[in-house]
Design a protein. Structure first.
Length: 531
């Protein structure tokens, strides 16, 4: 058909206006844009991306920029939010420019973000009171200890689905209120406002100090530990316990609806989707049926399983969280296994030890040896998250002998991600009583063949990677596109999913069991370090 249209246009240029009329009539009749795209802002832990997708979920263009990781002291991790907003605008311009598109070609924009990372800024000046405190930051460790004295680590779990940990936003807000001079007064008056990075970007995108909207979605709100999973509203009791003024919190919306209109670099584009990054990947992988799960290998590693409209409590160290809510449809929930350190261990080998120059070198180095040489790396840099939730654990390298060289350490670092995933998967199977038949994967680390093969060997089921691995950005695009009718329904989205690669298990059971045995022993050695 396109060849036919091209022939008509080149042979009969005078017919162009007639052709445009036909397109206009077609679009008015079907109520669907023919040539438009969806934009997606992916504000991640290491970088910010803007990706433009077409109706088949193909990537048309991308702009990407890394931002600084700020480590003021051991266990503290911060981001400069002015830098991130600047990068966001730049990558939008970059992606539009590369594809020669303008804002009128974009039917809607969705936002996905590193979750829990906490920023408080002044709504009159737009300036932050402090750097963003990143999800991996452990500075609130003492608060966790204090709060667990009354009611234990699960005192907020019934309402929020989450254990007390340094991970979630609530305690990070409390720390800011207690440590930044003048902040509490401004917060009580609603001048100092809180957001995760989704809220921060949407506020700036829709006008900032000139009428920017202050909202978040149910998935991001569910990671603050301040929202009741059943009512989907901020919980007054928890707010009172943590002494956080409600006036500083954003309005909670669904993950897919028109929130407002963008200004500036995306002028007039409807802002219509908002999902935390891991929930976005679940949507991007089209895991819409209860029981469907995905595992994302990025800075950390996150497995989410859709549990439908049921809130499923965990007895084996997983989190209960919101999966997504499209418009006024019922909310879907998920079980989640969060691993704090995965790809960031590769970055640590690169930046702190200097044994590789770039992330991809780890595979070349690891392949120079046949196995880990008896060496195990437990990357408990921020304590251990799922399934252990041990804030006092710290990283260790175990099993060192004079035989071990840097290649064994590189291999052990890769294997650590796969071992941690195995333990999360085991917890998920115990919680649900159902064995999975394959594992859908995505994220920056899945290009690593050695890791993916080792993962299949450990979990003993096929590991499946979709053709489009930018599932996080795609999920946010799907949420935005559904809200404006670019995609009609979930079946429309499912058609876009296709397999690029499958890794099949191929390891003797005795060898696998031995590896897992030593891994568990190494994990136990990392406990009870921090006092
Ligand atoms: P995020 O969205 O959390 O910022 P990404 O999905 O972009 O993360 O993945 C980036 C992570 O993947 C980085 O931590 C990087 O070290 C790791 N990574 C990138 N390429 C490779 C590779 N070839 N092998 C192993 N890890 C890699």
């Amino acid at each position: 058909m396109w060849l036919f249209l091209l022939t008509i246009l080149t042979s009969y240029p005078h017919k162009l206006s007639r052709f445009n009329d036909i397109l206009y009539l077609y679009e008015s009749f079907t109520q669907k844009p023919l040539f438009m795209y969806i934009g997606s802002i992916d504000q991640g832990t290491t970088s910010t991306r803007f990706i433009i997708f077409d109706k088949q979920g193909n990537q048309i263009s991308v702009g990407q920029k890394e931002h600084k990781q700020i480590y003021p002291q051991a266990g503290w991790v911060e981001h400069d939010t002015n830098e991130i907003w600047q990068n966001t605008q730049e990558v939008i311009g970059l992606a539009l420019g590369k594809a020669n598109l303008s804002t009128t070609d974009i039917a809607a924009v969705g936002i996905t973000n590193q979750r829990e990372t906490t920023v408080v800024w002044n709504k009159n000046t737009g300036q932050p009171y402090y750097n963003a405190i990143v999800w991996q930051d452990t500075r609130v460790g003492n608060m966790v200890v204090e709060l667990t004295k009354d009611g234990g680590v699960d005192r907020f779990r019934d309402k929020t689905g989450l254990p007390l940990a340094t991970y979630f936003s609530g305690l990070k807000i409390k720390w800011l209120l207690e440590n930044v001079e003048g902040l509490r007064e401004d917060a009580e008056q609603g001048i100092a406002i809180f957001g995760n990075m989704d809220t921060f970007i949407i506020w700036h995108l829709t006008g900032g100090t000139d009428g920017g909207i202050h909202i978040t979605d149910v998935t991001n709100a569910s990671r603050t530990q301040l929202m009741d999973l059943k009512t989907l509203a901020w919980d007054n009791d928890i707010l009172a316990t943590l002494n956080i003024p409600k006036a500083m919190l954003p309005t909670i919306k669904s993950s897919s609806e028109i929130y407002g209109e963008a200004r500036g670099v995306l002028a007039s584009v409807p802002v219509a989707g908002d999902l935390g990054d891991q929930q976005a990947a679940l949507v991007g992988q089209t895991c819409f049926a209860p029981g469907e799960a995905k595992n994302t290998y990025g800075t950390g590693c996150f497995m989410l399983k859709n549990t439908g409209t049921k809130i499923m409590p965990s007895k084996h160290g997983l989190l209960t969280t919101v999966a997504y809510q499209f418009g006024n449809q019922p909310v879907n929930y998920a079980l989640e296994g969060s691993v704090a350190i995965a790809g960031s261990l590769v970055q640590w080998l690169r930046d702190n030890l200097g044994i590789i120059k770039k992330s991809s070198d780890i595979e070349t180095l690891a392949k120079t040896v046949e196995d880990n040489g008896g060496c195990y790396v437990v990357p408990a840099f921020s304590g251990l998250y799922a399934p252990y939730w041990k804030a006092d654990a710290r990283g260790i390298i175990a099993g060192l002998t004079s035989y071990v060289n840097k290649a064994h350490i590189a291999r052990a670092a890769l294997e650590a991600t796969a071992f941690q995933t195995l333990e999360v998967l085991e917890a998920m199977e115990k919680d649900s009583g159902i064995k999975i038949s394959s594992l859908r994967v995505d994220g920056g680390m899945v290009v690593n063949q050695t890791l993916m093969q080792f993962q299949a060997d450990l979990v003993e089921v096929p590991v499946v990677c979709p053709a489009m691995i930018e599932t996080t950005a795609l999920g946010a695009a799907y949420a935005a596109g559904l809200a404006v009718g670019y995609w009609t329904d979930l079946d429309d989205l499912k058609q876009n999913w296709g397999i690029a690669h499958t890794w099949k298990p191929n390891m003797e059971e005795a060898k696998r069991d031995n590896l897992v045995h030593y891994w568990k022993k190494a994990v136990a050695r990392s406990f009870d370090w921090e006092e």
